[in-house]
Write a protein that binds this ligand. Structure first.
Ligand SMILES: C[S@@+](CC[C@H](N)C(=O)[O-])C[C@H]1O[C@@H](n2cnc3c(N)ncnc32)[C@H](O)[C@@H]1O
Length: 217
């Protein structure tokens, strides 16, 4: 998630340039949301009226929030969802800071990052179910800590983020046949959910099982 942190730091920099007028620099007027956002060089945008600069800053922060809420992350062998959970937790924490900035700039925003953005494929049906729960419980816990009033009712929405919402396991390497087995007669690459970021820890087969599963040759 370093990429997103870097993107947000750049947006914060632009916001700092917009909200810090040349006249007010060092005098507390038009202070940026974070001291790190102040830049040494006065940008051209500082010649705009303060109201317009504030509006532009708010537009930038809101656009980044929308981007964050539209990102999709995939773990193609998600196990019980640990990597997906950690990704979601980091994105929820970043979202909180983005919302804080939006509010500082006079806007308002509700948290939107949620389990629907974190997709997983998993061969083991039991692990797949647990991954689904891990995401929901983790998301709810983070929301309750951060902004309990924003928890929707009902809490659980329909979701299809693990194994496309299907029951049973899903083979991420070999398309399955009608019986739910890898189709060895007609080997095909299976569908993967579209995602901007892929997280995971291949190989798919743990080192200790390699010889048993693949043989010694
Ligand atoms: C090391 S674990 C992954 C852990 C996961 N990244 C996490 O954060 O919890 C590897 C997982 O890959 C799954 N797996 C192995 N082969 C697979 C395949 N062909 N398709 C989908 N999942 C597979 C295993 O069932 C196992 O749960």
């Amino acid at each position: 998630m370093d990429v997103l942190e870097t993107e947000w730091a750049a947006v914060e920099g632009e916001i700092g340039n917009l909200t810090l007028s040349p006249a007010g620099r060092g005098q507390g007027e038009g202070a940026p949301p974070s001291s790190e956002t102040a830049k040494a060089e006065p940008p051209l945008s500082n010649s705009l009226p303060a109201g317009e600069r504030g509006q532009q800053a708010l537009t930038l922060a809101t656009a980044f929030h929308d981007r964050l809420a539209a990102i999709r992350v995939l773990d193609p062998a998600c196990g019980t969802g640990n990597f997906l959970y950690v990704s979601m937790e980091l994105m929820q924490a970043l979202e909180s800071r983005v919302i804080e900035t939006i509010q500082t700039l006079g806007g308002s925003a509700e948290p939107k990052v949620g389990p629907h953005q974190f997709h997983g494929l998993e061969k083991n049906p039991r692990a797949a179910k647990i991954a689904e729960l891990v995401l929901w419980i983790g998301w709810l816990r983070n929301r309750l800590q951060d902004d309990p009033d924003s928890v929707p009712r009902p809490v659980l929405a329909e979701s299809a983020n693990i194994n496309f919402g299907r029951h049973g396991g899903y083979d991420a390497v070999l398309r399955m046949n009608a019986l739910g087995q890898p189709d060895l007669d007609n080997p095909m690459i299976p569908d993967w959910p579209e995602a901007e970021f892929i997280v995971g820890n291949p190989p798919f087969i743990g080192g200790k099982d390699l010889r048993d599963r693949l043989g010694s040759d």
